[in-house]
Design a protein around this ligand. Structure first.
Ligand code: TZP
Ligand code: MG
Length: 206
């Protein structure tokens, strides 16, 4: 899980989820998360199926929805602190599926690791308008502290740009996610390429 980690952002996207995910796959991204808070389950299943197909050779995760994961055969789920708890999700999904958990503190990081998460999303690193309830910025210092205390792969998210990403990687992030900095741009693929280049020469932790 080293590199740029793509999360869909339909509300901000110029080109739409399908086009953005195709761009991410073409850029060599290894993990895509389908995060879609609005819409009918029926429509989400149809779109997730399309994205699963685009992501057939890479990891395809869904945000929040274990039911959607099961329906489209996704590889895993990403859960927040207010979502289905990790142990419950693990019981439902078994040992093979990937479970990512968002954490905002060292205590949450240690708890998620003990609960069997496969990776952690550390969030929000910087302030962000993309997620209204993201909370106060954790900052790079907290990311570095979590890096010292847990061994799981860390995905940094929230307000990340090409300008600040190098410091985030330096602080110990295995992967970075940036939604607005990619999907609002005229050429999402070109932006992703630049994020990917920040990781050149580093071996994958997965
Ligand atoms: N979770 C924590 S912050 C965030 C999510 C989904 C939004 C990140 O978006 P951006 O545009 O990269 O700040
Ligand atoms: Mg959630």
């Amino acid at each position: 899980m080293r590199g740029y980690y793509f999360i869909t952002g339909a509300a901000l996207s110029r080109a739409g989820n399908v086009s953005d995910v195709a761009a991410a796959v073409a850029a060599g991204v290894r993990v895509v998360q389908y995060r879609q808070k609005q819409g009918l389950s029926l429509d989400l299943v149809a779109e997730a199926r399309q994205l699963r197909q685009l992501c057939r050779h890479i990891r395809f995760l869904v945000n929040d929805r274990v039911d959607l994961l099961l329906e489209v055969g996704a590889d895993g789920v990403h859960l927040g602190q207010e979502d289905l708890p990790c142990p419950e999700a693990r019981k439902m999904l078994g040992p093979e599926k990937i479970i990512g958990v968002t954490v905002h503190t060292v205590a949450e990081a240690l708890a998620a690791q003990a609960a069997g998460a496969n990776y952690l999303g550390v969030s929000p690193i910087f302030s962000t308008a993309t997620k209204g309830d993201a909370g106060a910025p954790a900052g790079i210092a907290l990311l570095a502290e979590i890096r010292r205390r847990v061994s799981l792969p860390l995905v940094a998210i929230g307000g990340i740009t090409l300008a600040n990403a190098p410091a985030v990687i330096e602080a110990g992030a295995d992967a970075v996610c940036a939604i607005a900095a990619v999907v609002t741009k005229p050429d999402a693929r070109a932006e992703i390429d630049q994020f990917q280049q920040l990781f050149c020469g580093n071996a994958s932790r997965f």
